[in-house]
Design a protein around this ligand. Structure first.
Ligand code: SF4
Length: 123
């Protein structure tokens, strides 16, 4: 059993309307960064949270407050979405902040696979 929080970018979810469907699909099918879990292992999605905004617009520490609200759910892992893991210039800053404040929680970056690579893997 692993209690999981998915951490995503509001520029993608709010502005582009992404529903996190691909990341949720990966979680269910144990693909990408979810390959580490056995199929028999139960994954409990505790929540999907947004980054508070680029640090120039909003203090990056606000993510700590957001996470603290979820601590009653025994969070084990925070998975960054693939887009955030690949495109966000501040991903390592967020990873460090979360790891320092919540040492018992593993922070895992997504495994971005470009569509061409995915097509090659499937053939
Ligand atoms: S800091 Fe990264 S995840 Fe947050 S809004 Fe900016 S680009 Fe998106």
């Amino acid at each position: 059993m692993a209690n999981i929080v998915i951490f995503c970018c509001p520029k993608v979810t709010n502005k582009l309307g992404c529903s996190c469907a691909e990341c949720l699909k990966e979680m269910r099918s144990r693909k990408g960064s979810y390959e580490r879990y056995k199929n028999s292992q139960c994954l409990d999605l505790v929540g999907i949270i947004n980054c508070p905004g680029c640090p120039s617009q909003s203090g990056s520490e606000r993510i700590i407050q957001v996470m603290e609200h979820l601590m009653g759910f025994d969070v084990d892992k925070i998975h960054f979405t693939n887009c955030m893991s690949f495109f966000c210039a501040f991903r390592y800053e967020y990873q460090l902040l979360l790891e320092c404040r919540f040492p018992g929680i593993e922070v895992i970056l997504g495994k971005y696979e470009p569509p061409v690579q995915t097509a090659l893997n499937n053939n």
